[in-house]
Design a binder for this molecule. Sequence first.
Ligand code: TXA
Ligand code: MG
Length: 325
Amino acid sequence: MLTEYIDSAERAAEIIREGGLVAFPTETVFGIGVDATNGDAVAKLFEAKGRPSNNPLIVHLDDGSHWARAAAELPTVARVLLDAFCPGPLTLVLPKLPIISHEVTAGLATVGVRIPDHPIARAILRTAAVPVAAPSANRSGRPSGTTWQAVSEDLDGRIDAIFTADSTTIGIESTVVDCSGLDPVVLRPGAITLDQLQQVVPQTKEFEAGEKRRIVVSGEPVNSPGILHPHYQPHAEVCIVEVPPVGISVEVSAVSAFCGTEGFEGLDGFALSKVFGSLEDYAAGFYEFLREVDRQSFERVFIQTASQEGIGRALRDRQRRAAGG
Ligand code: TXA
Ligand code: MG
């Protein structure tokens, strides 16, 4: 397949309506959009990403008032969250509408709904006028694409088009909140923090490992099914460190990379390094740094853990998963 490089929302919408796959930017990461009501097109998307078929996709809409194009019902708490945070980096898991293909939801009775806050994404969604399922634009298991060049590395020749827009600003994926049960439960941390959610819906909980959820995959209750699969992993070995790795031998640092928020003595010895000025910058640049580590074929990358504040919690989650655990 020859991938088209485009910069027109009309062209993107046209390809999606014809059953094609188009990578486009959102404020979190790039997504690969496909018509969520077209089961064959959705199947092509799983194939292009190499995504396990039991991992459901998020459906994107151009406006919160259009929730009924994907969901059968908007529980009161979901409406409160929608009014407070959408458009924005939040995905609400809601009872699904039959028109959404079951390939999208991996057979679940619920659907993830998100209204991205990005002018290009919203223009594409408005013009396409169909619900658009869009997973992060990367081969399954790899760090998510936050630049169109990263998307191209993973997906050129595998999808119909790539929108050549600027890098995404937030850099990690949306907060996923299950609103299909009694109280909202955060299934995946993101830029909208638990604190922010609790300010508008105090009973919002964080998912606790071992907790029984209503979502069942292959007979096993799990939280967000996505956590079953390896994710965000570079080819290099990942070493998570609490503090900068002072005292690493010259031989090791010469074949290693480092990223974090603190400079230290010995930093210059690392063949590739990046010290981010803020947690927001760290989140925005994290996946692209992992990709650069692989482009330059490093054996190892030392990753300094993010602090727990704000987006740091979500970044820590991705760091832990990049390390495979
Ligand atoms: O920021 C984002 O959310 C990006 C952009 C492109 O919008 N999308 C994204 O999609 O990260 P993806 O497919 O990489 O991750 C979707 C996550 C997975 O962890 C999946 O298991 C979860 O959302 N999810 C989707 N539908 C669900 C459902 N019905 N119930 C529970 N979890 C669901
Ligand atoms: Mg993903």
